[in-house]
Design a binder for this molecule. Sequence first.
Ligand SMILES: C[S@@+](CC[C@H](N)C(=O)[O-])C[C@H]1O[C@@H](n2cnc3c(N)ncnc32)[C@H](O)[C@@H]1O
Length: 206
Amino acid sequence: MNSERIKALASDVFRDDYVLDVGCDHGYLAIYLKKNNLCAQVYASDISEKALLQAKSNFQKYNVDITSFVSDGFQNIPVYFNTAVISGMGTKTIFDILNSVIKPNKLIISSHNEYYKLRKGLNKLGYKIVDEQAIYENKHYYNIMLCLKKPQRLNHKELLFGISNNEEYYQYLLDKNREIIKKIPFLKRGKLWYYNHVLKGLIERK
Ligand SMILES: C[S@@+](CC[C@H](N)C(=O)[O-])C[C@H]1O[C@@H](n2cnc3c(N)ncnc32)[C@H](O)[C@@H]1O
């Protein structure tokens, strides 16, 4: 529960937020928020009854009173919330959830794939990505996006690689790209060379 990733998600939550942790699974984020009194209220939900049972058992273990719901996304949530955390899912599932009539003022999003599509879709739904964190944990980078209900049109480079200031993250992507380039035929390398050019620019900017 003391993971850097959970702390980073929590750092985007403010004291007056009414938070719904969608797909809470183990419930650690909700527990962390409640224990540290970081928001006005926190609720937890999950589509899986089994996951929610696990969360409830953790709520007991950590002695916190957190109301939870079995729910697909925002469906049938009978309480007020203005902030939704949707973390640890793929971009497709995230948009299945966000394509609802309910549009919270604030989203904290952490997907494990398709970031270009994610950023573009968030802008299209009327969300501005105001901050991005790239958090390294368990040999993996997690992108965490703080979004507010405001207009924004990120440019192509921002859609590709986001607005984080984390040079180590961009260096990690560059190294990974260089490895991939070596393994593919010369004529198919164009897009990856372009990505490398953009990444180098992000690393060298000051
Ligand atoms: C990998 S876990 C992530 C747990 C936690 N959010 C985190 O970031 O550590 C993904 C959770 O999302 C839940 N989930 C998947 N689709 C969902 C949906 N449409 N609505 C609510 N929960 C969903 C799964 O049941 C699972 O417990």
